[in-house]
Write a protein that binds this ligand. Structure first.
Ligand code: FVH
Length: 276
C-alpha cells in the first residue's frame, strides 16, 4: 500500500504518457485511460491500473489529471461524466485560452467538483526533472491540498483563483518562446547551414542566455531606440544580402516607429523608407 495520493491520468499522448509515468515513478497509485487503449499498455506493465472508460478513471481517484489535444476533446470527456465529477479535483493541463479554462472551470464547479487549470511549461522529456514547471490557476484550496502530489510532474507554480490565469500566462510564455525560436532560426539561416551547428553551440545559445538578463525591469536606457532602429535596418539588409527573408525583422520597425515618432521619428522614418 502506498501512502501517496491516488491519481487518474486521462489522455496518454506524448505529454499525458510522461505525466502518468512521473506519478508512477513517484509512487502514486495511478489509474490511466486513453481513447486509443494501446497507449496505456506500457504504463499498465509498469504498475498503472487501466480504466475501462474515462468515467471510470474520474471515479477511481480524487485527483484527476486531464491532458488531451484541445478543450473540445477535454469537454467531450467530462460532459458525459457529469455525475462523476462531484468531490473530484479536475486538473486540466490541456492547452487552451483563458475563456475556455473559465468555462470548463465553471462547469466542473457547478457539478460539485473543484477545478485547477494548468499550463505545462516543458516538453515531455523534461517531465519529472528539474527545470520543468506547471502553472496552475483556479481553486486555491484544491491547489494547497494537492501541491505535493502535483510536484511529481514538475515544479508547481500557482498564479491565482481566476481559472483563466494559467492559460493566459502559458500563452504569453509560449509567445515569447515562438518569437525567440523564430529569431534563432532566422539567425542560423543568415550564417548558412554549414556554419549553423557550430554557430548555435558556441555563439547563439550563450548569447540568448546572456541577453535574457536585459528583460529584467530597469530604469536605465542603455540602448536608445534610435540606435536600435539603425541596427534593425542593418540586420534586415544583411539578411537580404544572404538571401534570407527579412519580414521577421521589418515588422518590428513599425511599432518602433510608432513609439519614437514624437522625438526621434525623423531619423527612423528615413530608415523605414530605406528598408521598405
Ligand atoms: N508535447 C508537448 O511538447 C507539449 C508541451 C506543453 C503542453 N502540451 C499540451 O499537452 C496537451 C497534450 O499534448 P500531447 O503532446 O500529449 O499531444 P498528443 O501526443 O498529440 O496526444 C493527444 C492526446 O489527446 C487525445 N485526444 C485527442 N482528441 C481526443 C478526443 N476527441 N477524445 C479523447 N481523446 C482525444 C489523444 O488520444 P488518442 O489519439 O491517443 O486516442 C492523445 O491522448 C495538448 O493540449 C498540448 O498543447 C504538450
Amino acid at each position: 500500500m502506498s501512502d501517496k495520493q491516488s491519481v487518474s491520468v486521462i489522455g496518454l499522448g506524448s505529454m499525458g504518457g510522461a505525466l502518468a509515468r512521473a506519478f508512477l515513478d513517484a509512487g502514486h497509485p495511478t489509474t490511466v485511460w486513453n481513447r486509443t487503449a494501446a497507449k496505456a499498455d506500457d504504463l499498465v506493465a509498469a504498475g498503472a491500473t487501466r480504466a475501462a472508460t474515462a468515467g471510470d478513471a474520474i471515479w477511481a481517484s480524487d485527483l484527476v489529471i486531464l491532458c488531451v489535444l484541445d478543450y473540445e476533446a477535454a469537454n467531450a470527456l467530462l460532459e458525459p461524466n457529469a455525475d462523476m465529477v462531484k468531490d473530484r479535483v479536475i486538473v486540466n493541463l490541456t492547452n487552451g485560452r483563458p475563456e475556455q479554462a473559465r468555462r470548463t472551470g465553471a462547469w466542473v464547479t457547478a457539478r460539485g467538483g473543484a477545478y485547477l487549470d494548468g499550463g505545462i511549461m516543458a516538453v515531455p522529456s523534461m517531465i519529472g526533472k528539474p527545470g520543468a514547471f506547471v502553472l496552475y490557476s483556479g481553486s486555491g484550496t484544491a491547489y494547497e491540498r494537492y501541491e505535493a502530489a502535483l510536484a511529481a510532474m514538475a515544479a508547481p507554480v500557482y498564479v491565482g483563483e481566476d481559472a483563466g490565469l494559467a492559460a493566459l500566462n502559458d500563452l504569453a510564455l509560449l509567445s515569447a518562446m515562438y518569437g525567440a525560436i523564430a529569431g534563432a532560426r532566422h539567425a542560423t539561416a543568415m550564417v548558412g547551414p554549414e556554419r549553423a551547428p557550430e554557430f548555435t553551440t558556441s555563439l547563439l545559445i550563450p548569447w540568448l542566455r546572456a541577453m535574457a538578463a536585459v528583460l529584467e525591469p530597469s530604469e536605465d536606457e542603455e540602448s536608445p531606440l534610435d540606435m536600435q532602429a539603425v541596427g534593425l535596418v542593418n540586420i534586415a539588409q544583411g539578411s537580404r544580402a544572404e538571401g534570407v527573408d527579412d519580414a521577421l525583422l521589418t515588422h518590428l520597425l513599425t511599432p518602433m516607429r510608432d513609439i519614437i515618432a514624437a522625438g526621434e521619428g525623423a531619423v527612423l522614418t528615413e530608415l523605414v523608407k530605406e528598408i521598405r
